[in-house]
Write a protein that binds this ligand. Structure first.
Ligand code: FEO
Length: 174
């Protein structure tokens, strides 16, 4: 594998582990604020992020490439509001998307077809994850206090958040 692309994939692992860790921290904070629908959705996102990291690890392993597992920084453990938390997670997803797009460009330049195919999956996944985060933030901005917040919590628990891609909304693992 081209050295720049390999280095980029190893660097990208940091973002996936960070995202997993931060979603888990968000889940903990939301559970502590009596929002179980939000908490379980964030827990599922945390698990998905670990799977994303593993997809990169498996890709590099299958191609007999060296892997550098990163240190994972302590995540923030508190937010001023659910809206602030969701703004934070959208920014995280946007940072992951930028990194995926850079990797995709490197893979294309290197004419590395296996990497391009792997990254195509991630391009779609990021589109979905950003759409889900924006849909959630939109609901919260419209009515994310008091009873409105309880309603959104129920929507998340049932996996029926209006405007969220079905793959991302699923209340149970999907
Ligand atoms: Fe794997 Fe949501 O980035």
């Amino acid at each position: 594998m081209h050295a720049t692309l390999l280095n980029g994939m190893n660097e990208h692992l940091k973002l996936e582990f960070k995202a997993s860790h931060e979603y888990l921290a968000m889940s903990v904070w939301l559970a502590g604020h009596d929002l179980p629908g939000f908490a379980s959705w964030m827990r599922k996102q945390s698990n998905d992020e670990l799977l994303h990291a593993q997809k990169f690890v498996d890709h590099m392993l299958e191609r007999d490439q060296p892997i550098e597992l990163p240190a994972v920084a302590k995540p923030p453990m508190a937010w001023d509001s659910v809206e602030a938390l969701c703004t934070h997670l959208l920014a995280n997803e946007q940072a992951v998307t930028s990194s995926i797009n850079e990797l995709y460009a490197l893979a294309e330049t290197a004419k590395d077809r296996p990497a391009v195919i792997l990254l195509q999956w991630f391009v779609n996944e990021q589109m979905e994850e950003e759409a889900a985060a924006r849909a959630l933030l939109g609901r919260i901005r419209l009515g994310g206090t008091g009873v409105g917040l309880l309603m959104i919590d129920q929507e998340l628990a049932k996996g029926t958040v209006p405007g969220m891609p079905a793959e991302s909304a699923g209340g149970s693992a999907a």
